[in-house]
Design a protein around this ligand. Structure first.
Ligand SMILES: Nc1ncnc2c1ncn2[C@@H]1O[C@H](COP(=O)(O)OP(=O)(O)O)[C@@H](O)[C@H]1O
Ligand SMILES: [Mg+2]
Length: 606
């Protein structure tokens, strides 16, 4: 689809406004034509003394009324055409957002936030210019040019008019060429702006890392580089414009000079009257504007076309994860999960992240997954949520392939605490009630009590109304994790996934949360991912992942008896715990894990 076809789909929806706008534009231009004629008539009438005071008054009244009509008309076409272009901008922005919401996590890994943001702001702005002001310029200019030229030929003199329009052909041809060249430069400029936005965005969200590593200076240099690049791209546009625009002025100036000289000569020898010469003069001035407007329109169209193709890029990428043809609605999800020969390769990887995982998780049981970082634990649960796409026939819920369960149903039935627990810049209450309709305080408190965060929240001066900053910076790591658990519990879903969600919580609180969960989630399936054996030893099934393989499966007792990786881990962690205890006798032991994490959280890239 060409840029024009793409944007025309939107313009079509507002055709009434466009047509009304263009008609008023037409009326205004038409009315405009009479003013030079009237001044011409007055001049001639006064020169030849054929017009009396009454006649002058009538002509002046006509000019006044025309002026009024013009003012109203100008208001109306602005109202119609600017209104339509603003509406299209809004619709396009909504469509972009809706489309992007369907894109997979992988898409966001591959596209930078700043770049996407630029497309939502500056690109949409240039698109709006090209479908509003530029359209006006073109219509106004062409209608006015045709009418003015016709009028000049008819009312003044044909030869004179022809002389006046010869330069316009050169200007037109020049502008078409110019439009082609400048479009490429606009595209380059938008890319530079995207990179700059991206750089700013990353520098701000990574501010803690930058400070902790004292990289301000390097970061500043990096910023200056992006900034300079943007300037250069802007300059390359400005350079071209600063050559072309004055050149246009010069051509227009010379051509009106020539026609004025010739027109003056014609008036002198009496071929045309003085009044017509005056009118001609005004007509020439009326032609200057359309020519300049065409230049502006070419600029705006080129810029708009460059931006439309950037926006089209967004729509060109189709969502990878969606409800396919085999999708069947499910009555109720009960929570039996099966992995059958599950093998998964991340995009861009050659080795599978998960290799031939076979596992049954009966309804209402707790599965624990343990293993070193990078062993595929998060990947496994992300697959269950269909955040990444697998081939069919590998993951089943209640015996149904998850690829055939409607995405909405699947995800609504899974409570999920992601490893990088993200909180929105909103009140804690809204954050916790995020996944459900309404904000029922009783339910919220039930969830926060289960997640052992209610007391903390209640102790904040603003309680549940406390606004957590971007990414919840005002909360400690453990508090964020527990708020995130409360948010997942609100859904009361048949399946709950906690991806390393207790790592920043001290062991006592952790035990309490686990006890609460056991009671709260009776009869429902829970998946716990952890590093600490203490977190998971009571799980019904424990899966030990190593290098993406299910190395050991069993419960605490059987795995201990097996004497493999799990037992090694257990013994190592016991030793570590004993050593830590020895070091921190006395008040140091009161310092929970949470405080350690809190102190260290500044360094974590979030
Ligand atoms: N979106 C992704 N794209 C490509 N590779 C990924 C992606 N997410 C994770 N990986 C890779 O998959 C492996 C397992 O990661 P992950 O599932 O996060 O492990 P764990 O949760 O056990 O720490 C790692 O090697 C990681 O680099
Ligand atoms: Mg992980």
């Amino acid at each position: 689809m060409t840029s024009f076809q793409f944007i025309f789909q939107y313009i079509k929806r507002h055709k009434v406004r466009y047509i009304c706008g263009i008609i008023t534009l037409f009326v205004v231009d038409f009315a405009n034509l009479f003013i030079p004629k009237l001044t011409g008539t007055i001049t001639d009438g006064l020169t030849a003394r054929t017009m009396d005071w009454e006649g002058v008054k009538r002509a002046l009244l006509a000019i006044f009324l025309l002026g009024l009509l013009l003012a109203i008309g100008r208001f109306l076409w602005r109202f119609f055409l600017f209104g339509a272009s603003r509406s299209i901008e809004k619709e396009l922005r909504n469509d972009m957002f809706r489309h992007l919401e369907k894109m997979s996590v992988e898409y966001y890994n591959e596209h930078k936030t700043g770049d996407l943001m630029t497309r939502f702001t500056s690109d949409l702005n240039s698109i709006r210019m090209s479908i509003g002001p530029a359209v006006i310029c073109v219509f106004d200019a062409s209608v006015m040019t045709v009418m003015v030229i016709g009028q000049m030929m008819y009312y003044v003199n044909v030869k004179l008019t022809l002389l006046a329009i010869i330069p316009m052909f050169f200007i037109l041809v020049g502008e078409i060429y110019y439009g082609k060249v400048i479009r490429g430069r606009f595209q380059a400029r938008q890319e530079a702006v995207s990179n700059l936005t991206d750089y700013v965005q990353e520098s701000f969200s990574g501010v803690r890392v930058i400070k902790a590593f004292v990289r301000e200076r390097a970061q500043r240099y990096g910023f200056a580089r992006e900034n300079k690049n943007t300037m250069e791209k802007n300059l390359s546009i400005a350079k071209m414009q600063s050559v072309v625009m004055p050149l246009l002025d010069v051509i227009i100036g010379i051509s009106s000079l020539i026609t004025l000289i010739y027109g003056g000569y014609l008036a002198l020898i009496g071929d045309i009257t003085l009044g017509r010469f005056v009118a001609f003069n005004q007509y020439i001035n009326m032609l200057v504007w359309p020519m300049l407007a065409c230049g502006d329109a070419v600029n705006m169209f080129s810029q708009g076309a460059a931006s439309i193709s950037r926006v089209q890029d967004i729509f060109a990428e189709k969502p990878e994860i969606f409800d396919g043809e085999e999708t069947k609605e499910v009555e109720e999800i009960r929570g039996r999960i099966s992995f059958r020969h599950l093998t998964f390769i991340h995009r861009g990887h050659t080795e599978p992240t998960l290799k031939d995982i076979n596992l049954e998780v009966p309804e209402g049981t707790t599965l624990a997954i343990i293993g070193r970082t990078g062993n595929g634990k998060s990947t496994l649960v992300n697959l269950l949520l269909r955040l990444y796409q697998t081939k069919g026939g590998m993951i089943f819920i209640d015996g149904q392939d998850i690829n055939t369960i409607p995405l909405k149903t699947l995800r609504e039935n899974i409570g999920y605490v992601p490893q990088d627990n993200f909180l929105f810049s909103d009140s804690l209450k809204s954050n916790i009630a995020f996944g459900v309709e309404g904000e029922d305080m009783e339910e919220i408190i039930h969830a926060t009590e289960t997640a052992c965060i209610h007391e903390n929240i209640a102790a904040f001066p603003d309680g549940y109304e406390t606004i957590v900053g971007e990414r919840g910076v005002t909360l400690s790591g453990g508090q964020k994790q527990r708020s995130s658990i409360a948010r997942a519990l609100m859904k009361d879903a048949p399946i709950l996934i906690l991806d390393d969600a207790l790592s920043a919580v001290d062991t006592d609180t952790e035990e309490q949360i686990l006890r609460n969960l056991k009671e709260n989630r009776k009869g429902k399936t829970t998946i716990l991912i952890a590093h600490r054996i203490s977190t998971i030893q009571n799980a019904d099934v424990i899966l030990v992942l190593e290098d993406g393989e299910a190395k050991e499966i069993g419960n605490h007792e059987t795995l201990m008896a097996q004497g493999g990786i799990y037992r090694d881990m257990f013994e190592k962690q016991q030793l570590e715990a004993a050593a830590a205890n020895e070091v921190s006798v006395g008040e140091a032991s009161a310092l929970g894990r949470e405080d350690e994490k809190q102190a260290g959280k500044g360094g974590a890239q979030q």
